[in-house]
Design a protein around this ligand. Structure first.
Ligand code: NAD
Length: 255
């Protein structure tokens, strides 16, 4: 029996087949889950095409996390494919280039606000939009990049991730009584579309493998996707508000 046998999962963030979420969806299906994908309206055709590369093609529901209309329609649109949800994956991040890449001191608030809206507030927006479908128990899992530190070039996206991590803790507080766990995976650098969109991403990635006791392959999203699947499973029944590091061990080293 697979780790996620019979689970009904909503997976956001499949853009291309390098997306972390693509590998979460692939592994989840291999472990027995039924998967529904979401994509912002303008990307649904691309995500539908990528979905055909999964073990089983998954339906795609339109969802721009900044759209009140999409959020309001999410439960109804998802119900066309599954009668409930045992898990939700938040794999969404965006910041205008003007707030990353060494522009910390001169970034404009409107651009910072976009980063925080899409990358942090959206975790609450997604969880609440999916709430009418959530089973008891259910698991919400998101992806972060260790926000305890100031990284080269990450700038306001790092601040958005700090807000995201805090949002996960407050959600864990408020959804715990409903039987909903909320946890994050803090991944090391992986060469995806979002990552290579960060001006100077190689400065974040550089030396990671040498600092990681286990080594680190930034072309391999599988360890991160496996951790997401583990948190979606029944094997973390008493864990919420947690951040699991999947970074080769860099977070635990002095330098
Ligand atoms: P990706 O570019 O493949 O995925 C980012 C996704 O965000 C895309 O699917 C895009 O459609 C979605 N998105 C952007 N704006 C949206 C909106 N308004 N509404 C709905 N969806 C929207 O890149 P990825 O690296 O797989 O990113 C997934 C998550 O992993 C992000 O939260 C990212 O910050 C996090 N993460 C990535 C790394 C890395 O090095 N790649 C490391 C740690 C954490």
């Amino acid at each position: 029996m697979g780790l996620l046998e019979g689970k009904r999962l909503l997976v956001t963030g499949v853009l291309v087949d390098t997306s972390i979420a693509f590998h979460v969806a692939r592994l989840a299906q291999q472990e027995g889950a039924r998967v529904v994908l979401t994509a912002p309206g303008r990307q649904t055709r691309l995500t539908s095409a990528v979905s055909r590369r999964l073990p089983q093609e998954a339906p795609v529901v339109p969802l721009d996390v900044t759209s009140d209309e999409d959020l309001a329609a999410l439960a109804e649109r998802t119900r066309e494919h599954v009668d409930g949800l045992d898990g939700v994956v938040h794999s969404i991040g965006f910041a205008p280039q003007s707030v990353m890449g060494g522009h910390f001191l001169d970034a404009a608030w409107d651009d910072v606000a976009t980063a925080v809206h899409v990358s942090a507030y959206s975790l609450k927006a997604l969880a609440v939009a999916a709430q009418p479908l959530l089973a008891t128990p259910a698991s919400v899992v998101g992806l972060t990049f260790d926000a305890r530190y100031a990284w080269p070039v990450y700038d306001w996206m790092g601040v958005a991730k700090a807000a995201f991590e805090s949002t996960a803790r407050y959600l864990a507080r408020d959804l715990g009584p409903e039987g909903v766990r909320v946890n994050l995976v803090s991944a090391g650098p992986i060469r995806t579309t979002a990552a290579t969109h960060i001006p100077g991403f190689d400065q974040m990635e550089g030396g990671w493998s040498a600092r990681a006791p286990l080594g680190w392959d930034s072309s391999d999203p599988e360890p991160t996707a496996r951790a997401v699947c583990a948190l979606l499973s029944d094997w973390f029944p008493a864990t919420t508000g947690e951040i699991v590091h999947v970074d080769g061990g860099v977070h635990a080293m002095g330098q």
